[in-house]
Design a protein around this ligand. Sequence first.
Ligand code: SAH
Ligand code: SF4
Length: 407
Amino acid sequence: MATTLDIARDNPNAQTITPLRPVEVMGEDKPTLVGLNREELAEAMASIGIAEKQRRMRASQLWHWLYVRGVSDFSLMTNIAKDLRAKLAETFSIARPEMVDEQISVDGTRKWLFRFPPRGAGRPVEVETVYIPEEGRGTLCISSQVGCTLTCTFCHTGTQKLVRNLTSEEILSQILMARDRLGDFPDATTPQGAAVPSEGRLVSNIVMMGMGEPLYNFENVKKALLIASDGDGLSLSKRRITLSTSGVVPEIFRTGDEIGCMLAISLHAVRDEDRDILVPINKKWNIEALLDACRNYPGLSNAKRITFEYVMLKDINDSNQDALELVHLLKGIPAKINLIPFNPWPGSQYGCSDWERIEEFADIVNRAGYASPIRTPRGRDIFAACGQLKSASERMRKKDREALAAG
Ligand code: SAH
Ligand code: SF4
C-alpha cells in the first residue's frame, strides 16, 4: 500500500504494445448490426428485402457469427450466400472500434483505449476498458458513459464532465474487442470451429465499473447486458455480470427485474453528512432510501448477495466506529463488503488508509459475519485501477499537444 502514484506511473517494466489494426474499423457511414436485439436484427433483414419467413433464420445466423464466432467481417460468414454477404456489407457495419492504445501492467492487467466514431453531430469519443486476469477467472471492467454527470470527490472520472452515453453497440464492442485481443474467440477462419467453452474463457466475468454511471444510461446498458448474457451468443452467466451504481435508487429495482445481473453499491460512507460529500447523489437519495431499494432487489438471497463497495480514505471513513456502523446498517441484507484501497490520482485531495487500519476495519466487518475482501489494487502502473480511468486519454492528448508545440 505504500505504492505512490509517481513510482507506479513511471514503472519502467509496464509494457506498451503497438496497436494492431483490426480487420475492419468502424466508420461513420453505415448503420451497425452490433448491439441490436433479435427483433431489430430481423427488421434490419427486412430492410434489405429478405423474405419474411427467412428473417429469423438469417438473424440467428448473424447472431452466431457476431457473438459466438466474434467475426467483424461479413466475408467470413461462410454459411451465408456470397451475394447476400455482399449486400450486407454494402448496407451495414459490424466493424470494431479503433484501438488507440493497449497497455499491459506488470501484474498482467490490460488497459485499452478504444475510439468510437462520432454519433450525429458529435466528435469521436475515447473509452477505457480494463481486463484483470486472476486465478481461475478473468474480469473485464467496462465503461457505460464517457465522463460522468456525478462528482464523487474521490473519483477521477468524476472530474470529467459527461460527454455522452455509450450506445449498446459501444458497450458490447468493449467485450468483443477484449476477446479479440485476448484470443478468446474461436479461430474465425475455421468454418467448423466451435465456441470456446465457458470454463476455458479468458473473459469469464463482466463488471460495469468503468467510466460513468450505468444506471444513468439504463436502456443501452440493459440492451448490451441482455445480449452479453444470451445463451446462444456471448453466453455470460448473469451471475458473472455485476453492475455497480453510486445509488440511482429509482432504477435499482428495474436492474434486477429487467437485467437480472448482480448488483454492487458504491456506499463509501455510513452517515448521510459524510456520504453527501463523498457521493453527492446521496443528497437526492440518502442512505436509508438506498438500502430500502437494496432490500427489495429482485432475487436477493444468500446465494445472490449485494456487494457494497467501500473506498478506504485515510481519516475520513476508516475508523472502527465507521466499521461498526457499517455492520449495523447492513443488518438483514445478504451482503458482501468490498474494501477498496483508495487509488490516488493527480490533484486528488484524499489519502489511502494505512494497511493496518484497513485490516482492522476488515476484521470488525469479518467478525460480524460478512465476507470483506480487500480489493488488491491492480494495474496501478498503467493507471487502470478503480477510479483512475480517464487519465490515459487525457495524458496522451497532453503529450500530443506538447509534441505539437515542440514542432
Ligand atoms: N459509477 C459507478 C461505477 C463506476 S466506479 C459507481 O460509482 O458505482 C467503480 C468503483 O470504483 C466505484 O465503487 C467507485 O466508487 C470506485 N472508485 C472511484 N474512484 C476510486 C478511487 N480513486 N479509488 C478507489 N475506488 C474508486
Ligand atoms: Fe461517476 Fe461512479 Fe465516479 Fe461517482 S464513482 S463520479 S458515479 S464514475
